[in-house]
Write a protein of this length. Sequence first.
Length: 161
Amino acid sequence: MTRLLILPLLALAACQANAPDNSANDAVAANQAEAPVKEVETLPPDETVVEPENEAEAPAAAIPESMQGRWGLVPADCTSTRGDAKGLLTITGDTLQFYESRAKLAKIVGNWPEKLKAEFAFTGEGQSWTRTETLSLTNSSNTLVREDEELAQPLRYSRCK
């Protein structure tokens, strides 16, 4: 029985003696195995990311931090716990979130210290549209004035505390 175990070991040793030296390849493989794996973000099928060819082409991309946060048309918009704050506007770095719609920043047209004019891609209630919005801060940055061509008059929001 020991002969049966020794024969496969001898055959294996003979194969390794005739095999080319792969120690350099083994070292590369070991280094790759130790390298951290970069996580890749997966996007839903309807979203496409186009990487700019150089950094100069990258969009300047953000709504100013001073405009970000929660804003209400009336004080109750800031305090409602029932989800019925129809005048609440939440602004993040690239999004305007309304009660029944949201707008993604598409292109900044003008950016001044307390004023932003930008094109936004809106979605809501099963529809999509684009619109140019102007956001301005007044009253020591506690009031946000929102204007666009569809509004009969500018809307004035107060910063939620």
